[in-house]
Ligand binder design. Structure first.
Ligand SMILES: *Cc1c(COP(=O)(O)O)cnc(C)c1O
Length: 339
């Protein structure tokens, strides 16, 4: 089979692919093996817990082609474990991490024609865990569905990484202490759309949230983790109310183990962040996004003359090269898909 996709003009818009993976399970944690089926609409009870009470988790990872035309995944087991951890928080049976990873392989393989050629983007892989059983009262669903859909996407930065403008908001919080901000639950995202949309109307790429207790410490950008270079150290907020990204962990590891930088995971005040030498954020889609400026209480602070910093560039290059097997992978992060 061959598909008619204009690989040079791929965006981030959704388009369906050939196949998806579906497995059904019960609330006792017993899952059918599931398998790849043709991509189609799904049938759901109007009373599905997911639709009313948001009992759902998502993951987001990608499959890419290397220069020698292998297809590779990055740290798939870490995404699987994060979903298993989140399942507990939402009273859902976890989907077994080993099976999660096998299912990702099967789904990528079934959609091999949709994986962009080397350098043209990636196949975004979106595993979901949903409470699909019918309920009326607020209670965990009696039935669950694990589904993986995919979508080919273009490179995040066409023509090299470019700094973005970010607005620090005191009008909204993403996450509360002891809440679910550390979990990739679907219910966290609708709540952030208003803040992101109003920032975009004002010309910013995204908002940066502060902590929900004191409005003083940096938390994260809507879907990306925050880093800055402060007095020669790489500093990033601690886990707790942030969503601890796989990219975040990879950047911390590369900075400390490969680049021999001092890395601190700690609270960062806004005032401190505004004195940083370099600022960037991390996530699966963009990998590393340099932050050119932060606007706080009407005042814009520009970093590094709105240019990409040296440490930011080096971290981005190490990580993307490891991901594409262009640099030694000392941490055994990259997994090949057997097509
Ligand atoms: C997914 C996500 C991230 C980034 O995590 P990665 O594993 O690096 O993709 C950061 N913040 C939020 C809120 C997220 O949902």
């Amino acid at each position: 089979m061959s598909v008619n996709i204009d690989w040079d003009n791929l965006t981030f818009a959704y388009r369906p692919t050939e196949a998806m993976f579906v497995a059904k399970g019960a609330d006792d944690g017993v899952w059918e093996p599931g398998g790849v089926v043709p991509y189609d609409n799904i049938s759901l009870s109007p009373a599905a817990c997911l639709l009313h009470y948001g009992q759902g988790l998502i993951e987001g990872m990608k499959a890419q082609r290397t220069e020698s035309d292998k297809v590779v995944l990055f740290r798939p087991m870490d995404y699987a474990r994060r979903m298993a951890m989140g399942a507990g928080r939402l009273c859902m049976p976890e989907f077994p991490p080993q099976r999660f990873v096998e299912a990702v392989h099967e789904t990528v393989k079934a959609n091999r024609d949709y994986i962009p050629p080397y350098g043209k983007g990636s196949l975004y892989v979106r595993p979901c865990l949903w409470g699909t059983g019918a309920v009326l009262g607020v209670t965990p669903a009696p039935e669950y569905t694990y589904l993986i859909m995919t979508c080919p996407v273009g490179p995040y930065f066409k023509g090299g990484i470019t700094p973005i403008k970010i607005l620090i908001t005191k009008d909204f919080h993403r996450s509360a202490p002891k809440g679910t901000g550390h979990v990739k639950t679907i219910s966290n995202y609708a709540g952030g759309m208003y803040a992101a949309q109003s920032a975009k109307k004002q010309g910013y790429s995204e908002v940066l949230y502060l902590d929900g207790r004191e409005d003083r410490y940096i938390e994260e950008i809507g879907g990306a983790n925050f880093f800055c270079m402060l007095n020669g150290k790489l500093v990033t907020p601690t886990t707790g109310t942030i969503l601890a990204g796989v990219t975040r962990d990879s950047i911390i590891t590369i900075a400390s183990k490969i680049m021999k930088l001092d890395v601190e995971e700690r609270d960062i005040t806004v005032e401190e962040a505004l004195t940083a030498d370099e600022v960037f954020c991390t996530g699966t889609a963009a990998v590393v996004s340099p932050i050119g400026s932060l606007t706080y209480e009407g005042q814009e602070t520009v970093f590094n003359g709105f240019n990409v910093g040296g440490v930011t560039t080096e971290l981005y290059q190490h990580l993307t090269k490891i991901q594409l097997q262009e640099e030694k992978d000392p941490f055994e992060w990259v997994v090949e898909v057997d097509l």
